[in-house]
Design a protein around this ligand. Structure first.
Ligand SMILES: [Zn+2]
Length: 75
């Protein structure tokens, strides 16, 4: 678990017809809402999609990582 001061969570990409294989950083509140309401999340890099709950690991989206580091000062 990441913890204090970090309001983002890594969301896996959808495997349903999505060519991307990156996990993106998304606000935790967005992920919760996506899971409950089935609405798309918006990643830090601006990507919008409906995440699945697949626990598989994906490489982190470099754009998201860069933005998150700028926001929180740690990777
Ligand atoms: Zn991203």
């Amino acid at each position: 678990m990441t913890g204090r001061g970090t309001e983002t969570e890594v969301a896996p990409p959808t495997t349903d017809g999505d060519h991307e294989r990156f996990a993106h950083y998304v606000r935790k509140a967005d992920i919760v809402r996506a899971n409950v309401e089935g609405v798309p999340v918006v990643a830090l890099c601006g990507k919008r999609w409906i995440p699945n709950r697949d626990p598989d690991r994906y490489p982190i989206c470099p754009t998201c990582a860069e933005i998150r580091q700028a926001l929180f000062g740690k990777g």
